[in-house]
Unconditional design. Structure first.
Length: 218
């Protein structure tokens, strides 16, 4: 890692949003390439945060603070990355399924995905199967992420997968699911491609699935 990016990395891991905003801006002003800042500063920092969470050293509040700090830095980089036509890792369409209005977990997953270098299309909450299908048609994502916090809304995940099948789009995307009541057995039962227990794992899984998709294409 470029030693000039260490303060960005440390600020994200510590969840210090204002410090991250200042250090990212300082790096840009110093002429450091935006893609380098993203890939050597933000991305590894969020991976470290995900590892800390998975190991039980961080909890949801700490992860949220780090993700928000990363977002502050990313807001500075986004227009620079766009103007430089920097290729993203992939695109994810994300949403909480129909009947469910919970969004904290979904939002955290979204921030972790952006921190991992993905383009994110967040459909929000209470998203119908039809809306997911239309988003896949429009954005051609690599991955569709489905979230549910209520056991009563979990069947909507299968409804989305069935709708993608009916629309002839299922083979074009990988589907990952998550949420407090969701299990790996349920993911297998409804034909999802993966299941994540937390936001850090969701970002890691998304990277794995995109890598597999590239291998299949090649």
């Amino acid at each position: 890692m470029d030693e000039r990016l260490i303060p960005i990395y440390e600020g994200i891991v510590a969840g210090e949003a204002k410090a991250v905003q200042a250090t990212v801006q300082a790096a840009v002003d110093a002429g450091i390439d935006a893609e380098l800042i993203l890939k050597q500063g933000l991305v590894p920092a969020m991976k470290e945060v995900g590892d800390l969470f998975e190991n039980g050293d961080y909890f949801v509040p700490e992860m949220l603070m780090s993700a928000r700090a990363m977002q502050w830095g990313l807001e500075i980089l986004k227009p620079l990355l766009a103007s430089a036509d920097v290729k993203s890792v992939g695109t994810v369409v994300l949403g909480t399924v129909q009947g469910d209005l919970h969004d904290i977990g979904k939002n955290l997953v979204g921030m972790m995905l952006e921190g991992a270098g993905f383009d994110l299309v967040d459909l929000g909450t209470d998203v119908s199967a039809e809306a997911f299908v239309e988003a896949v048609r429009e954005h051609r994502p690599n991955i569709v992420g489905l979230s549910a916090l209520l056991t009563t809304t979990m069947p909507s995940m299968k409804t989305v997968i069935d709708a993608l099948n009916d629309a002839g789009l299922r083979s074009d995307v990988r589907v990952i699911i998550g949420g407090a009541p969701v299990t790996e057995d349920y993911a297998n039962e409804i034909g999802a491609d993966g299941f994540a227990t937390d936001a850090g794992r969701a970002a890691s899984l998304a990277n794995e699935l995109v890598g597999q998709s590239v291998e299949l294409v090649n």
